[in-house]
Design a protein around this ligand. Sequence first.
Ligand code: PEP
Ligand code: MG
Length: 579
Amino acid sequence: MLIKGIPASPGIAIGTVMLFDSEEILVPRRPITEEQIPHEILRFEEALIQTRHQILAIQHRLADEMGQEHAEIFNAHLLVLEDQSLREEILTGLKGQRLNVEAIFNDVVVRHLRAFARTEDEYLRDRTADIEDVRKRVLRNLLGRQPAPLSQMQEPVVVVAHDLAPSETALMHKQHVLALVMDIGGRTGHTAIMAKSLEIPAVVGTQSATKRIKKGDRVVVDGVRGEVVVDPDAATIQRYEVEQRRLQEINRKLLQLKSLPAQTLDGRRVILSANIELPDEIPSVIAHGAEGIGLYRTEFFYLNRADLPSEEVQFQAYKSVAERMKPHSVIVRTVDLGGDKFLSHLNLPSEMNPFMGWRAIRFSLARPDIFRIQLRAILRASAFGNLKLMFPMISGVDELRRAREILQEVKVELLRERHPFSTDMEVGAMIEVPSAALTCDLLADQVKFFSIGTNDLIQYALAVDRVNEKIAYLYEPTHPAVIRLIKQIIDAGHAAGIWVGMCGEMAGEPALALLLLGLGLDEFSTSPGQLPIIKKVIRTVEHRAAQAIAQQALTLHTGKEVEEFLAAHLRQLVPELAE
Ligand code: PEP
Ligand code: MG
């Protein structure tokens, strides 16, 4: 059986399926006799001990892989497990109501959760996510249901899920997860981007994978074509193994370009840098020959934790990234929460259109308390390397001015406190909203660079939700509207004397690199794994030829025409990349 989806992260994997279900747990209710009470108490105590062991194991793993401060997130969960008054309420409930312990436990915890959600006390409100997590863990243990959370997987598996949050994907590990398949999602959703960063092949937007694939099935996941073969026969497996080796061989050859400059045959030099979500990705960034970090998505730092990261914790992380990348530059993007990345513990209201809602710079300007802490941490880290800063989702001059004012206030504060920082740290704006693209000339005198965020620019320009698989066919980076906007941004930046980069996924597509090079892009920033192939394209073409290609692409009428036109040129220039 062949399931088609959207290719989201390249690579081929062959393995056994684990169905990941993050659905609500059904809690059974059955009456018990008085004699059964001690047995229920024993079951409860055992479930608490088991939960405690599981949480401690997660803490150990997180401490090893991501650092102590990530492990400490789970201290709050341990406190809930040790809460004596909670135990007493459950014992009283068991005796008074004579129901199975799952039902009593669930009722008590849900009552507390409701009360916490209503309270004025911010600290208590913030604890609801921890308590909810403990509720599910204890219930799963009582019911003997293996949660197989992604952070605890032992055997390497192919994870098949209806939907996975970017924060859940961030906990995956390529030693444990061979590939990822999802029913929903698009190729530039943050779950797909995270999979790419972790070098886990992924197919998203299959619509029905969880219905058509069973736990334990053997599958082939082809992240290049966006296909999943269920229960493949020996010949199919052999064919994919050959393909897997072919891809590995191409990658090995491309990596030989690692130390060579990203320069066209006629001498136009561009910068190839990498996007990262977690500091752990630095070794891969270096191994793929990046000349810096063009986008550090700092919001992942705020996810998977029970509280907000402190200034000190952020400072240490930014400092370590700056030091490890020195002398190359690192562009730290201020936090882009909202859209498909939420902080559960902030209890933000749910929105009908989160990508068009309270997101990124809008959130930061509305929560200067959170914003200032991040700006302080970034500025302080700038003393230890070549840091630059950029603001996400700028929609016009007012927002950019306001963000820069706050930055200025924070600088004055740090000067007063005698904290060292780089006074000439470059500040840039992401151009990912059409209103910003159309007014780039007005924004240019406020910043030192633009970084084009095509993942969002495309979704806003074409009115196509980037994570909605049903309209993924309309999400076209080559749409004439998109390439005209990109040209306008690059031209406006250059007219104002500033450099223009791109950190959307479009910068990592080899055929599109020809177009972008021809349009005059100065910096390409993409997942580390895509860098060698982009370098190969750049080193194979003359800048003059790329300019002619871009000129001609601008005269075409549809996204399909542009796509086919560019693919044909790529095939001609770099035939070895064609299948
Ligand atoms: C973009 O929108 O292109 C971008 C790089 O930012 P993000 O994908 O994090 O929204
Ligand atoms: Mg964006």
